[in-house]
Write a protein that binds this ligand. Structure first.
Ligand code: ZN
Ligand code: ZN
Length: 264
């Protein structure tokens, strides 16, 4: 059995990832308006009505834009941590499924394990999602890669990690000082070189497929992201398409669907 991972979009203008395991479909985050989300789902071969759940990472608008409508009008079960729900106030769907521990739960045939990430939201989470055979780990919006994140990702078949900014582009770029400081902080976003270091460790620990996402449109370029991580891995003697696969997630459109399976 395999899980199919389709990044519907990734970046500060909206985030959503479709997880499809043996016909059971889930989303991580719901950062597009309903019409845009429906169109992107359709492009991935899915519909809103088929979704058996939406897992929320944190309350920033690029992750929850349509969450209230999705939950209340379209009756899709929305799962979020109690603290995130409180932070969202009226923006949270009335019928949300709230969890208050990180013990994990079962949903639509998947084992779901949330884990904390360092970011400037009330209680930001990453998710590990397994169908019993293969496992996908999602961690974007994090200032640095903690031991907890590395432990969660250890041995996963696909890891989606953020590679948000190129440090030089950010520092020399047009953002105001306070925003640069926010992004650079331990509770901001992950730079390309820190992402590359983490991918290097994860590859050593058995992960072979990576999706790099939440790429800044002002302070980064997909080519730099690709070059930075592949360059770091090349120093360990690891070559793309032979030793690992690296996909760059797009903001404006769907990225290619990846097969998350333990056997290939
Ligand atoms: Zn974000
Ligand atoms: Zn965020």
């Amino acid at each position: 059995m395999a899980i199919r991972i389709s990044t519907l979009g990734s970046g500060s203008k909206g985030n959503s990832v479709l997880i499809d395991g043996n016909g059971h479909k889930l989303l991580i985050d719901c950062g597009f308006g309903i019409r845009e989300l429906s169109a992107r789902l359709m492009a991935a071969g899915a519909t809103l009505a088929e979704l058996e759940g939406i897992l929320v990472t944190h309350e920033h608008i690029d992750h929850i834009k349509a969450i209230k409508r999705a939950g209340e009008k379209h009756d899709i079960p929305v799962y979020m941590h109690e603290r995130t729900c409180r932070a969202m106030g009226n923006g949270a769907p009335d019928n949300a499924y709230i969890f208050s521990t990180l013990n994990g739960f079962k949903l639509a045939g998947f084992e779901i394990h949330p884990f904390p990430v360092p970011h400037d939201a009330v209680y930001p989470l990453g998710y590990s999602i397994s169908d019993g055979d293969s496992r996908f780990v999602y961690a974007t919006d994090l200032g640095y890669v903690t031991d907890e994140v590395l432990a969660a990702a250890r041995g996963a078949d696909i890891v989606m990690l953020e590679s948000n900014y190129d440090k030089e582009m950010l520092i020399k770029g047009p953002y105001p000082y306070y925003l640069k400081q926010r992004i650079l902080s331990d509770y901001g976003h992950l730079c390309n070189t820190d992402c590359a270091e983490a991918v290097c460790k994860m590859l050593c620990w058995g992960t072979k497929k990576f999706i790099l996402g939440h790429i800044s449109q002002e302070n980064n370029l997909a080519e730099i992201v690709y070059r930075t991580t592949c360059g770091r891995l090349a120093r360990e003697g690891c070559i793309a398409h032979r030793d690992f696969e690296l996909t760059i997630a797009r903001q404006d459109a769907l990225s290619e669907t990846l097969l998350c399976s333990a056997t290939n």
